[in-house]
Design a protein around this ligand. Sequence first.
Ligand code: SF4
Length: 476
Amino acid sequence: MTEKKALLISAERSTFQGALWGAHDRELPLNVAYLAAFLEFEGFGADALDLQLQLDADAALRGMNFSRYFIFGLSANLSGAYAAYRTADLLKKLAPGIPIALFGAASVLKSIALNECESIDYVILNEEETTFRELAARTASGGDVSDVRGLAHRRGNNPIENPQREYLRDLDSLPFPARHKFDVKQYFPSPGKYKLMPQFTMLSSRGCNGDCLFCPRLTGKGMRFRSAGNIMAEIDMLICDYRAREIFFVDDTFTADRERVMAFAELAAGRKIAFRVASRVDMVDEEMLAALKRAGLYSIGYGIESGADEILKINRKGVNTQQIRKAVETTKKLGLEARGFFMLNMAGDTRETTEKTIAFMASLPLDLVNVQITYPWPNSAMRQYVADKGLAINNEKWNDWTRCRGDEAVFTQNDLDADYLVETYKRVVRNFYMNPRFILKWLSRIRTYHDFKYAFLQFLALAKSVVGGRAGAKTD
Ligand code: SF4
């Protein structure tokens, strides 16, 4: 085993949530913390560096001594891929002999990232822990990586994707994320995204059983769960070591396993901890939500996407508007906060179905909405759908990964054009956020100087997205 360490870097952040909700969150990169903990558990040293916290990321890197590292892991989201490329280029100049492996959401680019950035040596194709550990072991011993599953690499100048690796089944066997490698005080959510501070993010499951057309499948198909006891052990550690008062579960579908959720609710009911989650409308019921509320749940987000049943069907959402209404109304009846995520320009959408979606959105008792114009992610069936249907794409934007923020149209279909889509996006933002009821509610959530500062920044971002935003450039 090498004495040298891995340096895991979270690239400068370019938020997926775009101009809307979450544009100014500072979230600890949980995937980096998980990987650091796993590598240490497996006998490799690992340091973590979050470039989103640096005023000048380049200067921070230039000031570092890299002699104690033998491999770099570089994590980025898709819209931050170009920032990660720049970081990789700088790292290559500063430490030319150290290999760089890209992981995180940007890894959906697979070989494309190797073609677009010469400085990146490897891409971890899906879940990072086991593949990165094997890559680190091979790198440390100067071994060949051509048979490392779940890895994209180069043979000569040609990118090669090795066969995929099986996802980890036993999530309880993973060590808790190495939060101690970060300055946790530097991370905080925007106002409206927490009730009690300090809030910490946690992951209680990986993957999703859904089959949505537009999903990039970042966490894998099929679900793997941590046990209720294992989740509680991490919460107890967070309460004890960090005085945590709230948990934001970043799972795609927190409530997918009913038995586990009920067991968790029973255990958590004894702790004074608030939490919020996201789920699917077909995976909640009144008894479950009531039990979760007693345990500390105060907010739940649902991927609603559309108000037109035919569009939900084409996009393989697996739910209908009746189920959506029932879940949202039950959530509100129990006194929980309900958030809804919507998409414009889904497969098959027209002006008529878009207007149906907006009317449906207005008819639901939602506390918060987030809307995005569909971005056909690499690796999603949606990207193939657009190609197969020969839909009009904007050539300039189609392969520009900074465009996945959801506030502009990169393709059009039926009677939808880019200007209509961007205008509709702005209309939703205006209707929902720029009304006195929402503004008063929002102001009532401001509790600290940080809240004030970030509420102000968020307001500016919202105003910009309504007044200016990104132009709906023409599609070819
Ligand atoms: S969009 Fe959400 S519900 Fe659909 S497959 Fe992806 S993670 Fe699952």
